[in-house]
Structure formats: structure tokens, C-alpha cells
Design a protein around this ligand. Structure first.
Ligand SMILES: NC(=O)c1ccc[n+]([C@@H]2O[C@H](COP(=O)([O-])OP(=O)(O)OC[C@H]3O[C@@H](n4cnc5c(N)ncnc54)[C@H](OP(=O)(O)O)[C@@H]3O)[C@@H](O)[C@H]2O)c1
Length: 240
């Protein structure tokens, strides 16, 4: 579980713990990881280990993965969940911030996926699951820095799925819509919003069914079909 302090990741880990799975939690806040781990043990996890890592330290990702494989005795599923909701307006004023956001939301994930793909390819089984976003389906004026980073990961996963299909490894792209989590605490909520637990149920369901791409909740598939089909000359004048 990479980015294990994320609300969506924690809710997913709770479901997996209740099924008795062993979990390896990676995040940058050791105290938060320890308290999540204690909770997951009470909920029935067979084993819970923690690893403190700022995921932007890409040079340490390989070592983290080696430790996960060693302490768990192998991996069946890797869920990549870390991310930051970029301040679009601040990014428009700062090249440095824009690239930093791209680093966290795209490059650190692609770096991890390079390690994970090679591990799973060699072992010829398992699932790599990554949370991208509906925001990656079409760039919008209000959040295109975040959206384009997610789009980059979504395209990468599409290619990775083709590569790993032949050796029996699944690649799951998870595209949530609006989720009420710490990331979105400052935003006004409406009808389309769901709790992390709802998305977590969708993630475990998709893992069980070995799906390729899921929109969570499913109604986002319809919304995003409409959004992506809209001609550019209409789309460009929308204030969204
Ligand atoms: N919430 C939504 O509406 C929504 C919609 C679509 C997609 N998503 C995606 O879903 C995923 C999970 O988000 P969430 O909603 O669960 O929000 P969240 O609770 O704020 O989780 C984001 C997580 O990313 C971690 N993180 C960020 N940068 C990191 C770094 N450099 N190293 C290690 N960890 C880092 C944060 O760690 P700290 O706890 O240490 O800050 C936090 O645990 C993200 O990829 C997000 O983009 C969210």
C-alpha cells in the first residue's frame, strides 16, 4: 500500500485487513503509519509492516520494494495511492511549483511503476493498481496541472497493461471522481461527492474481478464520456 496514509488507501486497507491479508504500508509520516497499522492489526490483518518514505525520493523506492518483498515473502497486489491536489492558480505563476506537482503526481509514480512492473513481470502473477483520476480524461482550466499529471500516469498504465498481459499480471487503473478526503477538505461538497469507503469498496471489487479500468463511482464513466465527446470549440469556452 503506497501512500498508505491516504484516506482512500486507508479505507481500502481496512477491507483487506478484515479479509486477513498481510499489508506493507508506505508513507512519509511514521506516526500516522504506526497508528493505521495498529488499527489494521485489530481489524484482522495477518501481518502489518510500515516503511517511512517520501515517495519523491525516487532513489530509495527500489530499496523500499526489496524490503516489502522480504518481510512479506512476496507481493500479490501493489496499490499506489499517493498524490497532491495542485493549486492551479499558484502553479500558473510558478514553473517550480508546476514541475513539483508533476513530480509527485506523475514522475514519482512512473518511477515506482518501473520497479513494480519488473518485479511482477519476473514473478508472472499479481496486480498493480494505481489511483489516477477522472481529471486525467480531459484537461480543464481549473485544474489542468493535476489533470495532465494524472493523464500521463493513465497513458503509462495503458501501455504497461499491454506489456504485462502476456505474463498474467493485471494492471488496474482507478479513476475516482469527487471524494471527501483530506485532499479535498477545503472544497465545497455537492451531490457528486462520495466517502473514501465507497471508493475503497469499488477498488477491492475491481481487484477481485481483475478489472482493467474503473470509474468510481461508476456514474463517472457516463459523465466523462460526455465530457470527452464535447467538441473542443464548445469545451474551450466552459468555465469548469
Ligand atoms: N479526493 C479526491 O477527490 C480524489 C479524486 C480522484 C483521485 N484522487 C486520488 O486519490 C489518491 C488518494 O487521495 P485521497 O483522496 O485519499 O487524499 P489524501 O487522504 O489527502 O491522500 C493523499 C496522500 O498522498 C500522500 N503523499 C503526497 N505526497 C507524498 C509524498 N511525496 N510522499 C509520500 N506520500 C505522499 C499524502 O501523505 P501525507 O498524509 O503525509 O500528506 C496522503 O497520504 C491520490 O492519488 C489522489 O490524487 C483523489
Amino acid at each position: 500500500m503506497i501512500g498508505a496514509t491516504s484516506a482512500i488507501a486507508e479505507a481500502t486497507a481496512r477491507i483487506l485487513a478484515s479479509r486477513g491479508h498481510a499489508l506493507f504500508l508506505v508513507g512519509r509520516r511514521g506516526d500516522a503509519l504506526s497508528s493505521i497499522a495498529a488499527d489494521l492489526r485489530v481489524r484482522g490483518a495477518a501481518q502489518v509492516e510500515t516503511h517511512v518514505l517520501d515517495l519523491n525520493c525516487i532513489e530509495s523506492q527500489g530499496e523500499m520494494l526489496s524490503r516489502a518483498v522480504t518481510v512479506l515473502g512476496g507481493l500479490d497486489v501493489a496499490l499506489v495511492a499517493h498524490g497532491t491536489l495542485s493549486d492551479q492558480k499558484a502553479c500558473e505563476r510558478s514553473v517550480e511549483l508546476t514541475l513539483q506537482e508533476f513530480y509527485t503526481n506523475a514522475l514519482s509514480v512512473i518511477s515506482l511503476l518501473t520497479h513494480l512492473a519488473n518485479y511482477f513481470e519476473e514473478n508472472r502473477h499479481g496486480t498493480i493498481a494505481v489511483i489516477t483520476s477522472v481529471a486525467g480524461d480531459r484537461g480543464r482550466g481549473s485544474n489542468y496541472v493535476y489533470g495532465s499529471a494524472k493523464a500521463c500516469v493513465t497513458a503509462y498504465l495503458s501501455g504497461l497493461r499491454q506489456r504485462l498481459h502476456a505474463c498474467g499480471v493485471c494492471v488496474l487503473t482507478i479513476k475516482p471522481g469527487y471524494v471527501d478526503s483530506p485532499m479535498t477538505a477545503h472544497l465545497k461538497k455537492g451531490l457528486l461527492w462520495v466517502r473514501p469507503r465507497t471508493v475503497a469498496n469499488g477498488i477491492t471489487n475491481a481487484l477481485d474481478k481483475k478489472k482493467d479500468v474503473v470509474y468510481l463511482p461508476r456514474f463517472w464513466w457516463i459523465i466523462m464520456r460526455l465530457v470527452t465527446l464535447m467538441p473542443e470549440r464548445w469545451f474551450r469556452s466552459l468555465k469548469i
